[in-house]
Design a binder for this molecule. Structure first.
Ligand code: ADP
Length: 381
């Protein structure tokens, strides 16, 4: 059986059945098995070669992850445990026609695959190649896209419904009521501003995502950027009765970056600290430098507030689009739920990272980490 299988393999490798016997004459079964194992191991997807009876001849490491019980010489159906795939193998053995089936696994995590069963060589000795293509990333991206559209539509529909309702009221019952008109117009303005902010954030997010693989190269000093952001937020800080302070830093902190995008990062973080951490009455921004685990110098900018903090279960999800700890509080603060998602994407583009540390009742620290470049580079720019 095995020699028939190798004969078919080499016939197939050489492109003609006629050359199979020639090839086989020079190959021992052990060399043939090795060659087959090497070929299968080099495939990026999980792959299994079966003989015509569905017994396993070779498989790669990726296949073992999908079907841990795979064993050479044993029937593949014992290890595969996916009825659709077992049926496809049986069909291909009988018809020698290729088949593709899709299936999903729930354990240990949700995963989706397409299984491609192809006949190798011709009957009667013909083998079969079973390749599993992992569709999980595509499925996840589809789910995320659908969720995102649903969330964005919902966020836009709420202010739109309010605007539409007030327009009807102003055209109807409140037509001749100047007091109501002034009040309603003010609310309408707030709702229209909210829609505009949402659209601005959505556009910024899609722009950053589109350029995420292009890393900015211009050297920029973070210190003046952060100072400018803090100056710009003084009015908000006074309104909230919060003192916002930058720890003195005489040294430039130079990174390769896009000035506008980095400004947006610190604006979002400092504004959040002022809005959600106002109860702490103080926001501190500090700079530091350190050598990261992989030996590269990096700069850290920490935005610390002393407000209510964030419960641990929310922290890993804060940078998801539209994720908010308290939706009504975020809306009341004019939030869109996109600020930290934008921060994360901008930092990805800058080869940087955001870390969030918080303890309920003890404020929160949002730390931006970016690779540091030599300050001389900045002076030349
Ligand atoms: P938003 O537009 O809602 O502010 P963000 O993405 O900027 O959106 O923030 C997401 C959520 O993270 C906020 O709604 C808030 O619940 C929480 N959050 C952000 N910063 C802080 C902070 N400094 N303290 C407490 N909660 C915060």
């Amino acid at each position: 059986m095995a020699s028939e299988a190798y004969r078919t393999l080499f016939g197939w490798l050489n492109g003609t059945r006629a050359s199979a016997d020639l090839a086989l004459a020079e190959e021992t079964p052990a060399e043939g098995q090795q060659l087959l194992d090497d070929m299968i191991a080099s495939l990026p997807d999980a792959a299994i070669v079966l003989d015509r009876d569905g017994r396993v001849i070779a498989f790669n490491a990726a296949a073992r992850i999908i079907a841990p019980a795979l064993a050479r010489g044993a029937a593949a159906s014992l290890a595969l445990r996916v009825p659709e795939v077992v049926a496809a193998v049986r069909d291909v053995a009988a018809t020698r026609e290729p088949r593709t089936v899709e299936f999903s696994q729930r354990v240990p995590i949700d995963r989706w695959f397409s299984a491609h069963v192809r006949p190798l060589g011709a009957a009667p000795a013909g083998m079969m190649l079973l390749v599993f293509h992992d569709l999980t990333p595509v499925h996840r991206a589809e789910i995320m896209r659908a969720d995102f559209i649903a969330n964005a539509s919902h966020e836009l529909r709420t202010p739109l419904a309010a605007l539409s309702g007030f327009i009807d009221t102003l055209l109807g019952p409140a037509r001749d009521d100047p007091g109501a008109r002034a009040r309603f117009l003010a609310i309408m303005k707030t709702q229209a501003d909210r829609m505009a902010r949402l659209i601005d954030d959505l556009l910024s997010l899609s722009r950053v995502e589109l350029t995420e693989h292009m890393h900015p190269e211009t050297p920029v000093d973070l210190v003046p950027i952060v100072r400018q952001v803090v100056d710009g937020l003084q009015t908000l800080a006074q309104d909230r009765n919060v003192e916002i302070k930058i720890a003195q830093s005489s040294e430039p902190m130079v990174v390769a970056g896009d000035r506008d995008e980095l400004t947006r990062v610190f604006e979002n973080l400092a504004e959040n600290a002022l809005k959600y951490g106002a109860g702490g009455k103080r926001v501190d921004i500090g700079f530091s430098e350190r050598i990261s685990a992989d030996g590269a110098a990096e700069t850290l900018v920490a935005v610390r507030d002393y407000g209510p903090g964030i419960a641990a279960e929310h922290i890993p999800r804060l940078t998801e689009r539209f994720y908010r700890v308290d939706v009504s509080q975020s809306r009341a603060e004019g939030g869109t739920g996109l600020g930290l998602a934008l921060v994360k994407h901008i930092l990805n583009r800058h080869r940087g990272k955001l870390t969030i540390e918080s303890e309920t009742g003890h404020g929160a620290t949002f730390t931006v980490r970016l690779p540091l470049i030599h300050s001389r580079d900045a002076e030349q720019s």
